[in-house]
Structures are given as structure tokens and as C-alpha cells.
Design a protein around this ligand. Structure first.
Ligand code: HEM
Length: 385
């Protein structure tokens, strides 16, 4: 993405507010919402693309749009965040570019890219279809997004390389990396539940199938039936391109479903192989239910079952139609959205709500807009006040 679409400014002391743009660009949030609806109608993967993008942005030095930045000035020896291994397969940059273009048209130079991404991610989650077998839910959970972020002028290649968790990381490393950002084990387990949606390439799974981390054996945390399915689906990688080998013609139809890149697995594909799990590909309990069956796509996913402290949470989130998970996910997304935007360290209250009346009005409006999808518990919101 070109730099021209960015509102670059260096913010040292940042304070976020509800509806920060109400005077500067009153239609900013509406513009993001309607553009997202349009993009989603054309491509159902947009919410997942942006959610991962947002995670990678916020995890490295806060939600500051540094993931978009190319500050190399043509110097190839100066790598940027997007070139860090964990971020090389990020998608959705073009979508944020389109949203930013609309914002620039409405209010030139006003809305930061970090805010555009934070709002678009939230709206994408909400749009994502979520038909739960037990209870119909319109979309993913809603959470309020404070605005007023500024964009970074620096890209953090080294930090992204070292600090974004990898697909084969173990539980200790995962919990450690998240705790450095102020996330508790519970928050970590709910945040990784983002893997309820989206797609994953075989390249991140193959290491588990035959010779897991040089052991000469498959990943012992995979259930036997899942291992067989994944071997059929992903092969051994001999004929792979960057995104893996095509699914063999013999693979079950759900694995070769239309609209899915052949070598790319939908996070929800395997639930369709199990008659006992019938929820849709949305923000419900299917991700956790699959972990209980040893069917986590990534080793890192399955690691959530490795110790009692996190396994207990997986059990809890798997036990209903996703109600508990959705509530926690909304809360932790709100927390992640505020990472690194204050001058202090994370966990110190995150945001400044300049006007509590405005806050109440804002939330009331949101309730009207998104009736039936609010999951935030207002008492819990106060934690952030
Ligand atoms: C232990 C932590 C995590 C690891 C190791 C991890 C790793 C991965 C990997 C390897 C992929 C597949 C990428 C590809 O095939 O191109 C992926 C996809 C994804 N991740 Fe994570 N992730 C983690 C946590 C998170 C968190 C906290 C979020 C968001 C809050 C998130 C959101 C997503 C989404 C939505 C996708 C699908 C992206 C798409 O379809 O475009 N992940 N993740």
C-alpha cells in the first residue's frame, strides 16, 4: 500500500475516545461500515483477512498501522513488517486501501489508517455470518471501538519476526508472548478463537504430518483420524507451491469446496466432516469443540489443550453455542484494539473516555444499530473506565 493513503503523525501521548471523528469527519464510521458491507458482499473472506491483519498490527508495538508501512525508501536491505515470516501471508491490504480511499474522499487527511483498520475489523466481525445450530445469531460479536489512533512512521520487522507466535509454538511460548501484551491465559484462549473463521494453508500444517519438528513421528497431539485426513488433504509437500499442494481428487468434497483455494483449508472445513458438530463457520464454539477432539489445525491451536489451565477454558467455551466465548472474545478484542495507543504500558486502563454521557449515547446508538448482537456486558466495560 502506498504511503499516500496514510495519515502519518507521531503520537506520543494518545488518548482514545468514542466517536473521535464526530466533528472532524462525522460520516467516518458510517463510511467504513458501508464499504465493509460492500466488500463483504463481494468476498466473504474479508472479515478473516482483516481480523488477522489487525492482530498482527496490534501485537507489534500496538494498533498503529505499522504493518502497512514501507519505510524502507527503496532500500532492500531494510526489511519491513510485512516481510517478517509470520506476516508474509497476511491478506486484506487492498481492502483497507479501498476503505481508506473512501475516507480520503469524504475527509482528506482526517482518519488514520489504524482507526480505519480497527473499525473495519470490528464491522467485519459483525458482518460475518454465523448461523449456530442451537441459536440463531446475526453475526459475530459486537464491541465498541474507540478512535483517535495515529499511524506509526516506523515498521518493526525484527519485532514482528520474533514476537508474533508461530504455528508450531508450544503453550508456554504462546502464553508468554500474549502476557507481554497484558493478556491473561483466559484472554489468550478467547483471542485465538479468532481461528473460528478464515482459511489456513497446508504449509503451516505439513510439519505435523510425518516428521514433527525432526522427531521422525507425526505430531502426537493430533487425533489419528484427523492425521489421516490431513495427510490426504495436504500431502507431503513434494509438489508444493508456496501455498501447498492441491487437494487430491480423492479428498472428501467438503475439503474441495468451491470458493476455497484448493491448498487452503477453511478453519471450519473439518467440522463438516463430523456429524456431531453442525455449527456454521462463524463465531461460535466449533473451534473449541474441535480442540477437544484433537482436531486443531495448527500445533499452536491444539496446544490450548496441553495444560489444565487452558484446557479448562477450552471446555468452557466448547460447552455452549458460543455464548461465553463470544462475550469474552468481544471483551478481549476491545482490549486488543487499545493496545499500545497510550504512552504508558499496556493494561493501565487503555483509554480515555472524555465524556461519559457521550459514551452512553454512543452505546445506545450502537444497540439500536446492531440490535440482538450486543454481547458486551456493560459492567465489564467499566473495567476499562
Ligand atoms: C498462537 C497464536 C496464533 C498463531 C500461531 C496463529 C497462526 C496463524 C496461521 C499460521 C494462520 C494461517 C495463515 C495462512 O494460511 O496464510 C492464521 C490464520 C488466521 N489467524 Fe492466526 N494465529 C494466532 C493467533 C491469532 C489471533 C490472536 C488472531 C486474531 C485475534 C488470529 C486470526 C487469524 C485469522 C482470522 C486467520 C485466517 C486469516 C485468513 O483467512 O485470511 N490468529 N493464524
Amino acid at each position: 500500500m502506498g504511503r499516500s493513503h496514510f495519515n502519518i503523525s507521531q503520537g506520543h501521548e494518545l488518548r482514545l475516545e468514542y466517536d473521535y471523528y464526530r466533528d472532524k469527519c462525522p460520516d467516518a464510521e458510517k463510511t467504513v461500515r458501508s464499504k465493509m458491507a460492500q466488500l463483504y458482499s463481494q468476498d466473504k473472506q474479508v472479515p478473516a483477512n482483516l481480523l488477522r491483519l489487525f492482530f498482527h498490527d496490534c501485537f507489534i508495538m500496538g494498533c498503529d498501522a505499522s504493518v502497512f508501512l514501507d519505510d524502507s525508501n527503496g532500500n532492500e536491505s531494510h526489511p519491513i513488517e510485512r516481510q517478517a515470516i509470520p506476516s508474509q501471508t497476511l491478506k486484506g491490504f487492498d481492502k483497507i486501501n479501498l476503505i481508506k480511499e473512501e475516507l480520503e474522499e469524504a475527509c482528506p487527511g482526517m482518519v488514520s489508517c489504524a482507526d480505519a483498520l480497527a473499525l473495519a475489523t470490528r464491522d467485519g466481525i459483525l458482518l460475518h455470518s454465523n448461523v449456530c445450530a442451537m441459536k440463531e445469531q446475526a453475526g459475530g460479536p459486537y464491541y465498541p471501538v474507540f478512535t483517535g489512533r495515529r499511524d506509526s512512521i516506523r515498521s518493526y520487522f525484527q519485532e514482528a519476526t520474533a514476537e508474533i507466535p508461530g504455528p508450531d509454538d508450544d503453550l508456554n511460548k504462546i502464553l508468554h508472548l500474549f502476557s507481554l501484551r497484558g493478556f491473561s491465559p483466559r484472554e489468550t484462549v478467547s483471542l485465538i478463537g479468532a481461528h473460528n473463521i478464515g482459511k489456513i494453508s497446508c504449509q503451516f500444517i505439513r510439519n505435523r504430518l510425518y516428521d514433527f519438528s525432526g522427531t521422525g513421528q507425526p505430531d502426537p497431539t493430533m487425533s489419528d483420524d484427523f492425521l489421516v485426513e490431513m495427510r490426504v488433504l495436504c500431502g507431503d509437500g513434494n509438489q508444493t507451491s508456496l501455498h501447498g499442494s492441491p487437494a487430491p481428487a480423492s479428498a472428501p468434497a467438503p475439503m474441495r469446496s468451491s470458493g476455497m483455494r484448493e491448498s487452503t483449508l477453511g478453519m471450519n472445513y473439518y467440522q463438516r466432516l463430523s456429524t456431531s458438530i453442525s455449527s456454521g463457520a462463524g463465531f461460535d464454539a466449533h473451534y473449541y469443540q474441535n480442540l477437544l477432539r484433537g482436531r486443531g489445525l495448527l500445533h499452536a491451536d491444539q496446544q490450548l489443550m496441553a495444560e489444565e489451565k487452558t484446557a479448562k477454558l477450552v471446555w468452557a467455551y466448547a460447552s455452549d453455542c458460543g455464548t461465553a466465548y463470544r462475550t469474552d472474545f468481544a471483551r478481549v478484542m476491545l482490549k486488543m484494539s487499545n493496545l499500545g495507543v497510550l504512552s504508558g504500558s499496556q493494561g493501565q486502563g487503555s483509554s480515555y473516555l472524555g465524556n461519559h454521557l457521550m459514551t452512553v449515547l454512543y452505546i445506545a446508538t450502537c444497540i439500536m444499530l446492531y440490535r440482538g448482537t450486543i454481547v458486551i456486558n456493560f459492567q465489564r466495560i467499566r473495567i476499562f473506565w
